[in-house]
Write a protein that binds this ligand. Structure first.
Ligand code: NAI
Ligand code: 15L
Length: 262
């Protein structure tokens, strides 16, 4: 077991779903976010990811990093720049300096958002990001790959589909990942004897599948939940038109986002 795991973005939706369930991964957690957490269940260190000195202090003393922090939706380039581009640089630079061995980088399905929903992808799919947010996750994956080659830092590039308590629309029947499946993935990522720097699609064991994780069978991750549990309630919703981007592209509504200006 790890001694100390740093969890960035701990005040966000995913952080709040999983932080209390990571007892099997590390002896202790250092939670962090730019936003406060009302009742942190572990040590909490506020930090702006765009501040190199603060990130350096944050990472010191941690063995591994679960990097969830950053802008999580489409925004202007100016809003994304600090948290997602400078922030990822700062996390990996501090990881290199402090000898961190592994990082789980919360990438996104929006790295491949412009593939159509009838296409099946594995880890080797070329990137087709659907906006500046998706591009920031492509960049994060590239930083992680460089740091693996140059410094030996292992990273899981987890292209999370939709990690929410339930799938809430038809697209999410393919993209949903239950929080307990994410927790079991986090355990495998940090506890497996060998990680490397693989792309992993963050999805539950859904009947509807666009993404193939066979290249990471060696991790032994076996998600157990299935979005089909929610099919009836989701399929009771009105059917979008077949040419609506939410039904056409894997990135769904993100493909319709305009270029935001600050
Ligand atoms: P969220 O937006 O709820 O949480 C992100 C957290 O990052 C927030 O608490 C925010 O305060 C923090 N943050 C933003 N800027 C920061 C900065 N400059 N310094 C420090 N912290 C900062 O997002 P959510 O849903 O919890 O997602 C977590 C991660 O997983 C994000 O990186 C997101 O891009 C990624 N992801 C999530 C998916 C999902 O289905 N929830 C799908 C794909 C990717
Ligand atoms: C993401 O990358 C977002 O962070 C999340 O809020 C969802 O929109 C998710 O993708 C999705 O595609 O459902």
């Amino acid at each position: 077991m790890l001694k100390k795991l740093l969890v960035t973005g701990a005040a966000g939706g995913v952080g709040r779903l999983i932080a209390g369930k990571l007892g099997g991964v590390a002896d202790s957690l250092r939670l962090s976010d730019i936003a406060p957490i009302d009742t942190p269940e572990a040590e909490f260190t506020p930090c702006d990811l765009a501040d190199m000195d603060a990130v350096d202090r944050l990472v010191a003393g941690c063995d591994d990093i679960l990097h969830l922090g950053g802008v999580s939706v489409e925004r202007s380039f100016d809003e994304i720049l600090g948290p997602n581009l400078i922030g990822v640089h700062n996390i990996y630079e501090a990881a290199r300096k402090h000898g961190v061995k592994r990082v789980l980088f919360a990438s996104s399905n929006h790295v491949v958002g412009y593939y159509k929903q009838d296409e099946h992808l594995d880890a080797s799919a070329a990137h087709k990001p659907d906006g500046w947010y998706g591009i920031s996750k492509s960049y994060g994956e590239a930083v992680a790959l460089m740091c693996h080659q140059k410094f030996g830092i292992e990273s899981a590039l987890v292209r999370i589909g939709s990690c929410f308590p339930e799938p809430v629309n038809r697209r999410m029947l393919a993209t949903w990942m239950a929080d307990e499946d994410f927790v079991s993935l986090i355990e495998r990522v940090f506890l497996a004897p060998r990680l490397g720097c693989p792309v992993i699609y963050g999805i539950s064991n859904n009947d509807i599948r666009w993404w193939d994780n066979s290249k990471v069978d060696y991790l032994g991750w076996r998600p157990t939940r299935n979005s089909a549990e929610f099919s009836a309630q989701v399929e009771a919703q009105p059917m979008p038109a077949s040419d609506d981007p939410v039904s056409v592209y894997q990135g769904g509504a993100f493909t319709q986002e305009p270029i935001h200006k600050s």
